[in-house]
Design a protein around this ligand. Sequence first.
Ligand SMILES: NC(=O)c1ccc[n+]([C@@H]2O[C@H](COP(=O)([O-])OP(=O)(O)OC[C@H]3O[C@@H](n4cnc5c(N)ncnc54)[C@H](O)[C@@H]3O)[C@@H](O)[C@H]2O)c1
Length: 254
Amino acid sequence: MTGADDLRGCRAVVTGAGRGIGFAVAERLVRHGARVAVLAQHRESAESAAARLDAWGEVWPLWGDLAQRETCQAVMDQAIERLGGIDVLVNNAGWTGTSAFLQEEQAYWDRVVGVNLWAVIWTSRRALEAMVAGGRGGSIVNVVSDAGRVGMQGEAVYAAAKGGVIALTKSLAQEMARHHIRVNCVSPGPTNTRVLTDNLGQHPELIDRMIRRIPLRRVAEPEDVAEAVVFLAGPRARYITGQVLSVSGGLTMV
Ligand SMILES: NC(=O)c1ccc[n+]([C@@H]2O[C@H](COP(=O)([O-])OP(=O)(O)OC[C@H]3O[C@@H](n4cnc5c(N)ncnc54)[C@H](O)[C@@H]3O)[C@@H](O)[C@H]2O)c1
């Protein structure tokens, strides 16, 4: 760890931190000295993630369905209260299935847009209010998807929601710069987590075909993505805002 990675004094909230990319992000933040609120959908997941991180520093487990506005706002209020403010928000929670657009129902779209777009709007609103009131700047990193940059058949509404977050990021980066608040995106390509295995786990031949299209010839591990998130969240990225960084082994070069 270099001095520039020293996040002591940083108060961070990570959504979807129970497993996958979010857990890897929370782990890095804690190991670099940040105090971290670990937000997960379910209590067991939040508590077990916090228990695994406890040895490294101060961690608070919180849980709830972020796709429900009242729950999302209440969980953010609790996180900011426990941390005594907020310096970093990582909007990582996300979910999609894979299906044909013409076969999808409204309830599915509500769930996809709820967690991938609405939750990011709600958590960002609450975090930005607190960051502005705190007067010491801050940063937000939104975990989007290359589907939101180049499209993805079978994930049309997910791609639309992630594309919406990219536009939200750039707009908030412009609006919040005067408060020394930076807003960026990390855009993973296929990554070895539940989102991938739930959708493609039954079709190893599709995963093999996908890997052949990735110049670096493997899917990402959660840690590959977490490195980019922590970089953009922290002081080494102090002059970077409104950007989208793909971590996709070169699959997309936008
Ligand atoms: N794995 C990939 O191939 C891939 C590719 C591109 C983008 N992403 C994005 O990366 C992010 C992290 O996903 P992951 O790959 O670690 O998968 P994951 O399924 O392991 O993690 C997603 C997390 O989001 C949480 N979550 C989902 N819906 C929620 C809700 N309504 N309320 C609260 N929490 C909720 C889950 O509980 C889980 O902890 C997501 O935003 C996902 O869209 C993943």
